[in-house]
Design a protein around this ligand. Structure first.
Ligand SMILES: [Cu+2]
Length: 132
């Protein structure tokens, strides 16, 4: 599983950098959309980021079950990162960023915004519970 995780890369770079006053590097997704996206039955969970929270702030996933996290930002670019869940992407505004996740272990995980977005940035996180 792990070795194939990063094979299917989709680099969808929104060329809005200049207009929005942010750098191209800042809006380039750092992660991939894996094979789960190919299956139309894959569950999609929509998550919205805005200063300084994710909505919903808590989701529950099932170990071994692929899901697509459909990420949007209501204001500015945010990050979306969890090492144990192998998620590391940016969420630029004005577009949808899909991240495919298949949790390989049960437990409680935290996704943080790792793209500095203002004074409340340090507390911008969401909880992901993975059940067996
Ligand atoms: Cu932030």
């Amino acid at each position: 599983m792990k070795t194939t995780m990063f094979k299917n890369k989709i680099v969808n770079i929104a060329l809005l950098g200049g207009a929005l006053g942010i750098t191209l590097a800042a809006i380039t997704p750092k992660t991939n959309l894996a094979r789960a996206a190919v299956n139309p039955n894959t569950k999609v969970i929509e998550i919205t980021a805005k200063k300084f929270e994710f909505t919903p702030s808590e989701i529950t996933l099932k170990k071994g079950e692929p899901v697509i996290l459909r990420l949007t930002s209501a204001d500015r670019v945010h990050g979306f990162m969890s090492k144990p869940l192998k998620i590391d992407t940016d969420i630029p505004p004005d577009k949808t960023t899909d991240v495919a996740v298949t949790p390989d272990s049960a437990g409680g995980f935290t996704v943080i915004c790792d793209h500095y977005c203002g004074t409340g940035h340090g507390n911008m996180k969401m909880k992901v519970t993975v059940v067996e």
